[in-house]
Design a protein around this ligand. Structure first.
Ligand code: FAD
Length: 490
């Protein structure tokens, strides 16, 4: 049986690996000259290395799984390290809070630096854990578009505990109810951005995200995030998967309500199953006559980003691997992103410094700063002029928060915008996570992993069920491989 995969993002790679393990002859078509899509890297002549997209890894077990049950000589899973400090949060100049993984360290930090009771935080993390454990088996690891999912014995108990998922409140309302300290509320609100959503709109169910980072842990491969892709490509090669780089799929050929072939470079190649890892909205606009096109066009997109990859000629003791400098008025920042669809003048600035963990990522005495702000997913509407303005706003903020003068220390610069993210990945408007999860119904309205009107066509990756972010893309690959395997065995 032959499987054709469109796109070598993490979802496409994981699906290819799972299908190759099931005995499929798999071909991946990738329009770029390298694998990874949003998960990529920059290596500079002067010795800096930057991960270009994701920087935070949660649920690494979903990567480990792909390397299981293989012969001794198979490639091994990359070394993945758990961080002691999940994130350093700056709220104002000279004031930061470390969200340590270790409970005693976290307790001391909470008591020393916030007005919050540690019990409240512990309590919340145990509620997040309970929500995740209740919801994940059905909502993350099964299709929501099959009645069997809802009838399955193991999911039935959830139907009687739905209220525990707190979907009638927003994340922010729940956080405001449960915490006294404004800084702590901001920290917990920010988890909405892990799938590009707005905490003032997204259902409190998403508060389960805090469990992944804080109870289970924040992880980083020893050699950086792109090591995940390199290892998956190596594993795919080992399993006989064929890669066609610089190869754009122009059309999915559908005959008699069945996807039967892929068109590329004026060729038509037949496949038994076709899996798209490309953005679902892109597919509906360009690759097939899509029965869900109208619905997809109406969906609100998740946020995009503006990122500055800066080589910095110094080392800062006051920064950790992950650092956040919050906007003073967080609500207004989200209004700007989702209502006005504009960059905010006092943005929350995220700085990721992988060289803190892996010194090889920067020359001696230097650091590799990945400096990101959230942006509306409006593609190249955010032009050069606006980038110049936001760069100044970011630099002013870093200077104020860290009491430094950052500009003369910038040794290397590359910039990603919603427009460049869209160009590189075909993600419409440069959205990082497909549609937003700003509504109670988002989980049900997300593009399904298959469409009943077109057989043999499957969808994985961040724009489809169960959602964006590495763990959910890996979950989508699991759902699709199980679905294809189930059909093969019937
Ligand atoms: P994508 O990465 O979207 O790749 C799709 C691939 O398909 C691309 O390689 C593209 O070139 C190819 N393609 C598209 N159309 C065609 C075609 N017609 N023919 C051939 N090839 C085609 N997630 C986290 O878990 N943690 C984070 O910290 C995090 N931070 C992020 C920061 C940024 C800046 C970005 C951009 C994303 C971030 N994410 C994060 C989200 C995460 O990167 C994505 O959810 C995930 O990588 C998406 O994978 P995917 O499988 O959907 O494929």
């Amino acid at each position: 049986m032959k499987a054709g995969v469109i796109g070598s993002g993490i979802g496409g790679l994981a699906t290819a690996i799972r299908l190759a393990k099931l005995g499929y002859k798999v071909k991946i078509f990738e329009k770029n000259s390298y694998a990874g899509g949003k998960l990529s890297e920059i290596n500079t002549a002067s010795g800096y290395r930057f991960d270009t997209g994701p920087s935070l890894l949660t649920l690494p077990n979903l990567i480990n799984e792909l390397f299981e049950n293989l012969p001794q000589d198979a490639p091994k899973v990359p070394k993945i390290i758990q961080l002691d400090n999940n994130c350093r949060y700056f709220f104002r100049p000279n004031h930061f809070f470390d969200f340590f993984h270790n409970e005693d360290c976290l307790k001391k930090e909470v008591e020393l630096k916030t007005k919050e009771s540690f019990e409240n935080i512990k309590n919340r993390l145990s509620i997040s854990k309970e929500m995740y454990e209740l919801a994940a088996p059905m909502f993350l690891f099964h299709s929501l578009h099959k009645k069997e999912t809802f009838l399955a014995e193991e999911h039935r108990s959830l139907l009687f505990k739905m209220h525990k998922l707190n979907f009638l409140k927003t994340m922010h309302t729940a956080n405001k109810n449960d915490f006294a300290d404004e800084d702590i509320i901001k920290i917990f609100d920010r988890y909405a951005t892990y799938n590009g959503s707005n905490p003032y709109k997204a259902p409190a169910t998403l508060n389960m995200i805090a469990h992944l980072e804080n109870n289970i842990g924040a992880f980083l491969p020893e050699k950086g995030m792109y090591q995940i892709i390199k290892s998956l490509v190596e594993l795919a090669h080992y399993l006989g998967v064929e890669f066609l780089y610089d190869t754009t799929i122009d059309q999915i050929v559908v005959e008699d309500k069945k996807a039967v072939a892929l068109n590329y470079k004026d060729k038509t190649e037949p496949f038994d199953v076709i899996i798209s890892d490309a953005d679902a909205k892109f597919v509906s606009r360009h690759l097939i006559r899509h029965p869900l096109k109208k619905r997809l066009e109406k969906q609100e997109s998740s946020t995009s980003a503006v990122i500055f990859y800066w080589g910095i000629k110094t080392k800062r003791k006051d920064l950790d691997v992950h650092n956040i400098m919050f906007a003073e008025d967080y609500n207004k920042e989200f209004d700007s992103l989702f209502k006005a669809k504009e960059l905010y003048h006092d943005p929350t600035v995220y700085i990721y410094v992988s060289s803190k963990l892996n010194p090889n990522d920067a020359p001696e005495g230097c650091e590799n700063w990945f400096v990101m702000v959230n942006a509306p997913s409006v593609g190249d509407v955010i032009d050069k002029e606006r980038i110049t303005v936001i760069k100044k706003q970011i630099i002013d903020k870093i200077n104020r928060f860290l009491q430094m003068d950052v500009e003369p220390l910038i040794d290397f610069e590359e910039i990603a915008t919603p427009g460049t993210i869209e160009d590189i990945t075909n993600s419409q408007g440069g959205a990082l996570y497909g549609p937003s999860s700003n509504s109670v119904f988002s989980a049900f309205l997300r593009h399904p992993n298959f469409i009943k009107k077109i057989a043999n066509l499957y969808f994985v990756g961040g724009s489809v069920h169960p959602g964006g972010g590495i763990p959910l893309c890996l979950a989508s690959a699991q759902i699709v491989a199980n679905e294809i395997n189930g059909k093969k065995n019937n």
